[in-house]
Design a protein around this ligand. Structure first.
Ligand SMILES: Cc1cc2nc3c(=O)[nH]c(=O)nc-3n(C[C@H](O)[C@H](O)[C@H](O)COP(=O)(O)OP(=O)(O)OC[C@H]3O[C@@H](n4cnc5c(N)ncnc54)[C@H](O)[C@@H]3O)c2cc1C
Length: 412
């Protein structure tokens, strides 16, 4: 048994703590806030088996021009953000080449494929069944040609990774989803994905389970972490805390902390927003309005609308234009109702340029473990990569673990 500090109480940190605890270790989570209040709070709540292939940066000129001139709503950007992230974006562009992306997807699909099975025991043990719906995720298409392409993609995902889907023409999907005002061009229903009606509450429920089983969550600032002769120490509200090992699971805040230890982690920060609406008709299942890059999901607080990516500096001011445009477009096909008045949530997807999370020991420090960079799928993958992290800690080495290892990737 060893003593561990886990920095960060998002889905990734809490899953790490539970996996370490299950392996018999003594674990304390340190966070500035309570569990599940940041990125793991405001996301779209999808546990995404269908996301076998991580989001690549499009490389065709037409799409890049659409992004550059913000003609499409799924990506917006600011010059300051693009300049700040230029090296990471360049690396992301290179990794998005077809051959490299296919290789990365073979790794990523092994993670997403296990995601529901790895969440399942935690959902039951934490008594969170009421938050989960096994209803899948729909890609709703307004354009016939784009829909036809999406059908071919769905067939490919089935053949390559075993991702199951049902295809509907517009009229038959209108029957399945009575909340729609009119028939779309078509819909692809990915059936294995699950949705959560309150991602923050699920993260908190996992954390409560960890505490009930003897773990501790204490308040503290990760920036006070020190490397000592015997291990690691950090200042917390309970005083100075020492441990032999520390796991960095600070999501998008991880690179900033690690600069102090000499690591320059390239990260693409993809900001997103959400808003809740009192939609009069409940959706049967979440859907992505592909043409407008917004996802609509029924949640505890109302119908949650989440946006695509804004490539802006990490700390730039809130700008809800993407959310407003997305909501306006959604209103054409469903009745959104009034927007719920609440403080504006903003979150950042912590994306690695090679589209895989960093899972494993830091290249130059013993007892320092990286577990972050889950990008668009951290809520999905927390429990899965936590299990893999434990296997890396136990000294296992295989193709999957090597592909996720910081040592392999930060030096190449
Ligand atoms: C709009 C949007 C929609 C998304 N939809 C989905 C989805 O449907 N499915 C999916 O799988 N993923 C989705 N994601 C991605 C997912 O939300 C993230 O990948 C995931 O939440 C990252 O989890 P995390 O635990 O790494 O980070 P976080 O949840 O951000 O946790 C990091 C923790 O670190 C703490 N922290 C930060 N700095 C310090 C400090 N100095 N000291 C102490 N503590 C600190 C924070 O308080 C926080 O609790 C979405 C993201 C966005 C933005």
């Amino acid at each position: 048994m060893a003593e561990f500090i886990v920095l960060g109480a998002g889905m990734v940190g809490v899953s790490t703590a539970l996996a370490l605890q299950a392996s018999g270790h003594q674990v304390t989570i340190v966070d500035k806030r309570d569990a599940g209040l940041e990125t793991s709070y405001g996301n779209a709540g999808m546990i995404q088996v269908e996301a076998a292939e991580p989001y690549a940066l499009p490389r065709d000129i037409a799409t890049l021009c659409k992004y550059a001139f913000e003609i499409s709503n799924d990506v917006t950007w600011k010059m300051s953000g693009a300049l700040q992230m230029a090296p990471a974006l360049w690396s992301y562009f290179r990794h998005s080449a077809a051959e490299k992306h296919a290789k990365i997807s073979r790794i990523h699909s092994q993670l997403t494929f296990r995601s529901t099975a790895d969440h399942d025991p935690l959902i039951h043990a934490s008594g969170s069944e009421h938050l989960i719906d096994h209803c899948g995720l729909v890609m709703l298409h307004r354009d016939k040609r784009v829909f036809e392409k999406a059908v071919r993609k769905a067939e490919f995902l089935m053949a390559e990774y075993g991702v199951t889907s049902n295809i509907y023409d517009g009229k038959s999907y209108l029957h399945k989803e009575p909340a729609l005002k009119k028939a779309p061009a078509g819909a692809v229903h990915y059936t294995q994905s699950w949705s959560c009606s309150s991602p923050g509450d699920l993260t908190k429920a996992y954390c409560d389970l960890f505490v009930k089983q003897g773990g501790r969550l204490v308040s503290g600032d990760a920036s006070t972490l020190q490397h000592t002769v015997s291990g690691w120490q950090i200042l917390t509200s309970d005083g100075e805390l020492k441990a032999e090992q520390v796991v960095v699971a600070l999501g998008p805040w991880s690179p900033e902390l690690l600069k102090r230890f000499g690591y320059h982690i390239p990260m693409v920060y993809k900001r997103g927003y959400h808003g809740h609406f009192n939609a009069p008709n409940t959706l049967q299942r979440p859907f992505l309005d592909v043409a407008n890059g917004v996802l609509a999901a029924p949640m505890v607080k109302g119908l949650r609308v989440t946006t695509g990516a804004a490539l802006v500096p990490f700390d730039s001011a809130i700008d809800t234009k993407q959310l407003k445009r997305g909501a306006k477009a959604l209103n054409e096909i469903i009745d959104l109702g009034e927007q719920v008045v609440e403080p504006q949530w903003v979150g950042t997807r912590p994306c690695m340029p090679d589209m895989l999370p960093l899972v494993g020991e830091a290249p130059n420090h013993k007892g320092l473990w990286f577990h972050f960079g889950h990008g668009h799928q951290g809520f999905t993958l927390g429990p899965t990569t936590a299990r893999l992290l434990i296997r890396a800690m136990e000294g296992e080495s295989n193709e999957l673990l090597r592909a996720l290892s910081p040592t392999q990737r930060l030096s190449s």
